[in-house]
Design a protein around this ligand. Structure first.
Ligand code: NOJ
Length: 543
């Protein structure tokens, strides 16, 4: 049964990508006041919580995931008072607020890293990071072959000849979680935000904090390069998904559990499906993002397998699973589902979204059907800002406007993630389509206004009204997490299941209509045809 004491179990959490949600002051970058001004939109969607991506002081080498002060607000996003006001307004509307915590690395401008650079090798200031001498007679080779997720090596050399480690950009030095001072400082940071009234945390790179630092450092021989690829099962990769990482979350959980009303945490952990439940054991984090679901091709068998495995994994530790279709790191699913299976999406982005062309009608129908599938499943659903407007990926951003560090670090072999981060359109026209009174840090396409919230408000077949109706209806089926597949004639093309006692969801992946089971039809992603469910369509029934 879901109640206030375990509100996250079946919550709908709306991801606010702070730089791109709403801008109150016209500098082209989203801010906390902008978010507060749009809370009615969020409330009308009916979500339980919002997740705010980082708004902390940051030089923006990675759009805020390079934090230089963990306990303040960057002036470009507002002030701590703005955050207090946002929390109060959200709570008044019954919306909880979780914030991002970025413990794996900080900014190279963080006072600790500046201190480390000024200090000598072997000093306590250097021990907060991972500094090592290089290999080779003159130490000019990196200490290990570790690769950065953003391209290039994971080690950068400093003036005195030592190297420091960074899984991401060079401006994001990894912290040393073997160091008690690092641990204590993050515990203070958790308390700082909890005391301020946040309802929980999204934990960035939760699987990366502990490294095997026993000398000599072990090479990975390329096992660390593929983005989002899960590291090997054994827990013995030099820096991904090491068993020791769990002890950190056990100590965090003790802190979280001191607070009332209950707070919740969600892990961003790129690990295998079989290792993911370890992060959400009863004394660790509450939930973990489901990237396996996100990566499913538009195909009934793939979804069935991932749903089964996800439910089994979460249930085995008494947690609920999450369902995620999009976020600020991946190509928006509205576009993904319109590409042929197996498309190389890096190459597709490099082609400006032209090769291959997105099948627009299919993409639209599938994104709508996916919304009903996702919102019917037991567990919690994470909705990325703009998916409720049916936003596509902006694949043709001008190259000189790209901000993602991947673009430069890969030597222009990957455009990175800016195409899913373009500021939201709120109005059909006007400056930055209502995003703010000025421009927008990433250019919006000229036709962005047709996706505007204003243009969809009250329009029966719009994405916005579909999401609103589904999230409203979902509430009445909450509190019963049971799940059962229902028999269908064509299992390889149709999914049908019952959630709880009364919600039946049927999704037709075929290109022809199929019959629906008996029951009152509550909602469909597109109209039925002669009482049948057309291809790329989902229906909810009472039954
Ligand atoms: C995951 C975040 O979602 C992504 O945006 C960021 O670049 C990396 N972690 C590094 O913090």
């Amino acid at each position: 049964m879901v109640d206030d004491s375990n509100w996250w179990r079946e919550a709908v959490v709306y991801q606010v990508y702070v730089p791109s949600f709403a801008d109150s002051d016209g500098d082209g970058i989203g801010d906390l006041r902008g978010i507060e001004s749009k809370l009615d939109h969020v409330a009308a969607l009916g979500v339980d919580a919002i997740w705010l991506t980082p708004f902390y002081p940051s030089p923006w080498a990675d759009a805020g995931y390079d934090v230089s002060d963990y306990r303040d607000v960057d002036p470009r996003h507002g002030t701590l008072d703005d955050l207090r006001a946002l929390l109060a307004s959200a709570h008044q509307r019954g919306i909880r607020v979780i914030v991002d915590i970025v413990p794996n690395h900080c900014s190279d401008q963080h006072p600790w890293f500046q201190e480390a650079l000024a200090a000598a090798p072997g000093t306590p200031a250097r021990d907060r990071f991972i500094f090592r001498d290089g290999r080779g007679p003159d130490g000019s080779l990196p200490p290990a072959d570790w690769r950065s997720k953003f391209g290039g090596g994971a080690w950068t050399r400093v003036a005195d000849g030592q190297w420091y480690m960074h899984i991401f950009a060079a401006e994001q030095p990894d912290l040393n979680w073997d160091n008690p001072e690092v641990r204590a400082d993050f515990e203070d940071t958790l308390r700082f935000w909890l005391d301020l009234g946040v309802d929980g945390f999204r934990v960035d790179v939760a699987h990366g904090l502990r490294k095997d630092l026993v000398e000599p450092l072990r090479d990975t021989h390329g096992l660390d390069t593929a983005p989002l690829n899960a590291p090997p099962e054994g827990g013995d990769h030099p820096f991904w998904d090491r068993d020791e990482v769990h002890e950190i979350y056990r100590s965090w959980r003790k802190i979280i559990d001191e607070y009332q009303p209950p707070r919740a945490t969600v892990a961003e952990a790129g690990v295998s499906l079989s290792r993911l439940p370890r992060y959400i054991r009863p004394d660790e984090l509450h939930q973990a993002f489901n990237f396996f679901y996100l990566r499913c091709a538009w195909d009934a068998d793939s979804f069935r397998d991932v749903i089964d495995a996800s439910l089994a994994g979460a249930t085995s530790v008494g947690a609920t699973t999450t369902w995620v279709l999009s976020n600020h790191d991946v190509i928006r699913h509205r576009s993904r589902y319109g590409l042929p299976a197996g498309t190389d999406t890096v190459a597709w982005l490099l082609s400006g979204g032209t090769s291959p062309e997105v099948d627009e009608p299919a993409a639209r129908r599938r994104a709508r059907a996916a919304a009903l599938l996702t919102l019917a499943l037991p567990g919690s659903a994470y909705v990325y800002q703009g998916e409720e407007l049916g936003l596509p990926e902006v694949a043709d951003l001008p190259l000189d406007r790209l901000r993602d560090p991947m673009w430069e670090r890969t030597g222009h072999a990957s455009k990175g993630r800016d195409g899913c981060r373009v500021p939201l359109p709120w109005t059909s026209d006007g400056p930055s389509f209502g995003f703010g009174p000025g421009g927008s840090w990433l250019p919006q396409p000229p036709d962005w206004g047709r996706y505007a919230a204003q243009a969809q408000q009250g329009v029966a077949d719009s994405f916005l009204e579909l999401y609103r109706a589904a999230i409203r209806l979902r509430r009445s089926f909450r509190g019963d997490e049971r799940f059962a597949w229902l028999p269908v004639a064509d299992e390889s093309r149709v999914l049908a299941f019952r959630k709880g006692a009364g919600l039946v969801c049927v999704v037709n992946f075929a290109d022809h209509p199929v019959a629906l089971p008996p029951g009152e039809v509550l909602l469909t992603s597109d109209p039925l045809v002669d009482g049948q469910l057309p291809g790329d369509t989902a229906a909810w029934l009472r039954g």
